[in-house]
Ligand binder design. Structure first.
Ligand code: HEM
Length: 502
């Protein structure tokens, strides 16, 4: 009996170890919930109120305390300050993390027809397909003539009234898409442009948790009239919805009128005539691009000018490169881009330090997921803190310093794909207008560097006026108004700018 037991021992060991192996392998394939293990969410603070000002700084502080994944249970929100996590979740698992939250407020704002905030659905897919047909990399050269036209107009305005440079930045940011898509000249003084500028702030609020505290605490308020105490947000949101409707119809109708009167045609009208079955999506593309371009383009150009005023050495290096590579008798063109690595590095450094949308747009998870041993529940809002990942001290030496050289020294060099510019977001919801935005900002950077010297303005006694370098701190981040001196680099440079008149 004892011998028999002894003889069967190897068999028993084999059975037990095989079972253990099978269990281990199964556990790799099965999700923790299926194995009946306790669910554990990533760590995080038990916050009741979300920070709404400089939220990216607070989010980074939480990351330093809790790690790469910070989960806020009350808000079902996961924050990450790490680019690797953002890529793992939002890109590699894009199948799960590509939804948006269509809150009742966002609906009132007119968000259901805006690609950037639409839920991940067949409608979003149709809208995105039509959008990309016009704004994909291979199609983007169609906008070069308008981009030259608008950037050169910007240079002329800088030459004539440099003190109004912020207004001129608004002008190019608001005017480029209406001109490029609809053939319309719309300036910052235009009524529609002013309304659009106003509603963008409302969208920012609707996207940032904590902006409408009364409604977030008492969601039933959405059913109360807007005069009811605490329901002011409804009024703001419905105004926003009306403006979105106006942007949907007014510029398109104007462009159609121009065609019917025989004065001129435009890309959007031509597209509508070629594909009448896609009319709704085409008009939505126009609406989205007008709204999507304004604050983002304005922020980047303004941050560039601020950086040049504060970092004259980087400015000089960029100008010397332009003089060396293309000379002083013409302005830069897109063909020059590949030959201007330092100018490229200035552009990349502006986008690194000053992403216009520091927290991106939240991506909502469409199913339960498990990552690094944690449960990420369905419906979770994943916030990629782009501002913090771009200042990660483990990736960037002296992360808060403006050092274009870092892009020259990086393994990929300054010309790496713009898909690696985190400012444009991640995965299937990555900015669909990024190729156009990238071209506009690069051309502005190169052209302004070629023609002007930027620095601190002087007061009546000839003393330099300090630039505090402050930024807005809500959803969009851009420099607060500052004074600067913007002078043509030489008489020849001034003449070059004047000669750009069509
Ligand atoms: C400096 C300029 C710009 C920056 C930094 C920027 C940034 C962003 C970011 C962070 C997102 C969200 C990405 C995500 O969810 O991961 C986004 C979405 C989007 N952007 Fe931009 N953007 C810029 C310019 C533009 C322009 C000029 C257009 C239009 C021509 C545009 C159209 C869009 C659209 C359509 C989406 C929504 C994509 C979707 O949800 O499917 N953007 N952008």
């Amino acid at each position: 009996m004892t011998k028999k037991k002894y003889e069967s021992l190897p068999f028993l060991i084999l059975v037990v170890s095989t079972s253990i192996l099978i269990m281990c392998l199964t556990s790799l394939l099965l999700l923790p919930s299926e194995l009946g293990l306790t669910e554990s969410y990533p760590p995080g603070p038990k916050v009741v109120n979300m920070p709404t000002l400089n939220a990216w700084v607070k989010y980074r502080d939480w990351g330093n305390k809790y790690g790469d994944l910070v989960y806020l249970p009350k808000w079902n929100t996961l924050i990450t300050n790490d680019a690797g996590v953002a890529i793992d979740l939002l890109e590699k698992r894009a199948r799960i993390y590509s939804d948006r939250a269509m809150s009742p407020i966002m609906k009132l704002c007119g968000g259901e027809n805006l690609l950037s905030v639409e839920c991940y659905s067949d409608k979003w897919r149709r809208d995105r397909r039509v959008f990309q047909q016009t704004f994909r990399q291979a199609a983007i050269a169609q906008f070069y003539p308008v981009q030259y036209n608008k950037v050169h107009e910007f240079l002329r305005k800088l030459l004539l009234t440099p003190e109004d440079f912020m207004q001129h930045i608004n002008g190019i940011s608001q005017g480029l898409i209406p001109k490029a898509l609809y053939g319309l000249d719309i300036g910052p003084e235009d009524a529609l442009a002013r309304k659009v500028a106003e509603i963008i702030d409302t969208f920012g609020k609707a996207l940032l948790s904590g902006s409408f505290p009364a409604y977030e605490w008492f969601p039933f308020l959405i059913y109360m009239p807007s005069w009811f105490p605490g329901c002011g947000f409804k009024q703001i949101a419905s105004e926003c919805g009306k403006v979105v409707e106006e942007i949907y119809t007014v510029p398109f109708d104007l462009a159609m009128n121009h065609l019917q009167k025989g004065s001129r045609t435009s890309p959007i009208v031509e597209l509508a005539m070629q594909k009448p079955q896609d009319l709704k999506e085409i008009k939505a593309m126009g609406t989205m691009s007008i709204i999507g371009a304004i604050d983002t383009t304005m922020s980047s150009i303004c941050s560039f000018i601020l950086a040049m005023c504060l970092h004259p050495d980087a400015q000089t290096k960029g100008q010397e490169e332009i003089d060396r590579v293309i000379g002083k008798d013409r302005l830069p063109t897109f063909e020059d881009r590949r030959h201007l690595p330092y100018v490229e590095a200035i552009y990349r450094e502006v986008m690194r330090l000053h992403p216009p949308v520091p927290l991106g747009f939240p991506h909502i998870s469409m199913e339960d997921d498990f990552y690094r041993g944690y449960h990420i529940p369905k419906g979770c809002a994943v916030v990629a803190n782009i501002w913090a990942m771009n200042r990660n001290p483990n990736v960037y030496q002296d992360p808060d310093e403006f050092l274009p050289e870092r892009h020259l020294k990086s393994a990929a060099g300054p010309f790496e794909s713009i898909d690696n510019i985190y400012a444009y977001g991640f995965g299937r919801r990555v900015c669909a207008g990024r190729y156009m935005a990238d071209n506009t900002i690069w051309l502005t950077v190169a052209s302004v560097l070629a023609a002007f010297t930027m620095g601190k303005a002087k007061d009546g006694n000839g003393n330099e006026i300090d630039i505090r370098g402050e930024f807005t701190n809500h959803f969009f981040r851009y420099p607060k108004p500052f004074k600067s001196s913007i002078l043509p680099r030489s008489r020849v440079a001034g003449d070059l700018v004047l000669a750009t008149v069509d």
